[in-house]
Design a protein around this ligand. Structure first.
Ligand code: UTP
Length: 303
């Protein structure tokens, strides 16, 4: 179907950001607030993810939303009353930070009516993606790449080198933690050792059975071949359409490689990971670092 696609089709212009999961690990907070909207200090996780996509050269964002759809959409929309009030009160810095959000990017949102899995969330964006190659950024996963290329840019560059094979970001996890992730099997690519040629993937392997300690985390660049594969992927674990199952088929047909992103990854969809992200981002702010350091020392001393 895609055999004669022109080279242009492989330019990655669009990014899909799934943010329609139930966020059960953050209940009761996520009963009304999507976990992707929880703040990292004062910026929602999702905004940081959108900023990464833009800094990576993405031109259009496709947000996949479910419950709490309006708070996500409202966040990226113009807020006339707030902007007017900030302007009247001469709060120019705050006004600029609010205006920046609505001017950020061309954004569309599509609805995943039921959280039927990450693969399903990506699939509902198919029409908006127009069957093009896409970047996928999980809305609760952060990569802090200060001073380096943004994570999605690193994946897009690898996508060029991989000549149209899919690219996934890999993280070496501690022994024993493999069963929390999708894990890959493979070896360094013969033509480019900076790429890890993936031969197989297992979603949450049973303890002691993982093919490696390389886990799939949060960022993907997928060629157009992913669309018919996702369309025909049957529900797997938990009755959900698993992105990992579709990636496995992609690895065994068009091909798939992994890279380890040069940056610090925070799993903001997990309570401990979220707290770590809040502290790490706060420590980068001059106005917060001294007070936070003092507070942490007091907390640690208090046991
Ligand atoms: P997670 O598995 O971390 O999200 O999916 P979850 O299901 O909301 O988490 P818990 O376990 O209940 O706390 C990773 C990303 O994929 C999105 C989520 O919103 C999250 O950003 N996702 C997941 C969807 O958009 N749809 C789905 O059906 C599943």
């Amino acid at each position: 179907m895609f055999a004669n696609l022109p080279a242009m089709a492989l330019r990655v212009r669009k990014a899909i950001i799934p943010a329609a999961g139930l966020g059960t690990r953050f209940l009761p907070a996520t009963k009304t607030i999507p976990k992707e909207m929880l703040p990292i200090v004062d910026v929602p996780t999702l905004q940081l993810v959108v900023e990464e996509a833009l800094a990576s050269g993405i031109e259009e964002i496709i947000l996949v939303t479910g419950r709490g759809k309006s708070s996500i959409e409202d966040h990226f929309d113009v807020s006339y009353e707030l902007e007017r009030t900030l302007s009247d009160r001469k709060k120019s810095e705050l006004l600029a930070s609010v205006e920046k959000i609505s001017k950020m990017v061309r954004m569309v949102s599509v609805r995943q009516k039921e959280p039927l899995g990450l693969g399903h969330a990506v699939l509902v964006a198919r029409q908006a993606a127009n069957d093009e190659a896409v970047a996928v950024l999980l809305g609760d996963d952060l990569y802090d790449c200060d001073g380096r290329k943004p994570a999605t840019r690193q994946l897009c560059d690898a996508f060029d080198r991989a000549q149209g094979r899919g690219v996934i970001s890999l993280l070496e996890v501690a022994a024993g933690e493999e069963s929390l992730y999708g894990v890959v099997a493979g070896k360094p690519d013969a033509s480019d050792p900076s790429l890890f040629a993936v031969s197989d993937m297992v979603e949450k392997p049973a303890p002691g059975t993982a093919p490696s300690r390389l886990a799939i985390v949060g960022r993907y660049v997928l060629p157009p071949e992913i669309w018919p594969i996702l369309q025909s992927t049957k529900p797997g674990k938990n009755g959900e359409i698993q992105l990992t199952d579709a990636l496995k088929t992609l690895a065994q047909t068009r091909g798939c490689v992994g890279i380890t992103v040069d940056g610090i990854r925070h799993d903001a969809g997990d309570r401990l990971g979220y707290l770590g992200a809040c502290l790490a981002y706060a420590m980068k702010r001059d106005e917060l670092r001294p007070g936070l350091t003092k507070m942490m020392k007091q907390l640690i001393a208090a046991g």
